[in-house]
Ligand binder design. Sequence first.
Ligand code: NDP
Length: 288
Amino acid sequence: MATPDRFLPELTGSVSQGAAGNPTVAMIEAAYAHHGLHWRYVNMEVAPEDLRDAVRGLRAVGFRGFNCSLPHKVTVIEHLDGLGESAAVMGAVNCVVRRDGRLIGENTDGKGFLESLQALVDPRGRSVVLFGAGGAARAIAVELALAGAGQITVVNRSVTRGGELVTLLRDRVGTASALVEWRGDHVVPGDADIVINATSIGLYDADARLPVEPASLRPGMVVADVIGNPPRTRFIRDAEARGCRVLDGLGMLVNQGAVAIRFWTGIDPDTGIMRRALEQALGLTGEG
Ligand code: NDP
């Protein structure tokens, strides 16, 4: 890693529409400060029609990388020079990394989740039940499949969207996968090892209920939720009460940021510092 001039920071950031309120900047800049890196992370509002010019501009001023959030995760691909393995399978990019002058698209949504999960269980050969088939679910499912998960059951309300994900897992990664149409309370099979909420149910609503039969959650299962705000969702609380080991969405968000920092700077950041900065930015101090 080249030593940056003290008057000329290395630049990273985020492009999205609806950038206001994105707390990622607090977490990433806390890590840069903690590790004494003269790097900056800039949160940028970019409309879809301006994406091409924005990427050209970031390339021209030498950005080392940038996160890419809604609505640009798919459309950004045509402006890049290449894709990492999981981003290519998913067809979605949320993190761009400059490597040897080329902009390479990666996807850290699923990688952040996988890192959180691996602290509790190795998904290799495990049976997974995944609620949802949207962007977060796709990222998680592909990363789990690439990490050797034995079987992934996708439970989704829309059969079309759920079916697309199952086909992707089977055809592109060769993982055993099945679709269950979500109607009423889902009963989680007793042989499931890992159960994940990757829907938006629970976002900003600590009492929102995921349609899952709580009695089917058993001790020994690892239960995860992608919802980061609030981190202690009803699903997480129910799972804990049933004796499951749990992972909240804040951990996924922190690890996602840590993967990005590692890609951009080469250093392994302190995730405790990042989580505290994120909790503070979200006004969650003392929770989660
Ligand atoms: P999408 O809109 O792409 O997908 C939403 C999913 O939720 C779909 O599968 C949808 O089902 C399902 N869903 C929504 N409402 C209901 C409902 N009432 N009943 C049943 N299913 C429902 O969203 P994303 O995948 O991009 O994001 C999902 C969540 O993940 C967001 O809340 C986001 O905050 C979180 N997230 C967290 C990250 C983290 O790092 N912690 C990273 C990325 C996302 P259907 O297909 O039937 O419509």
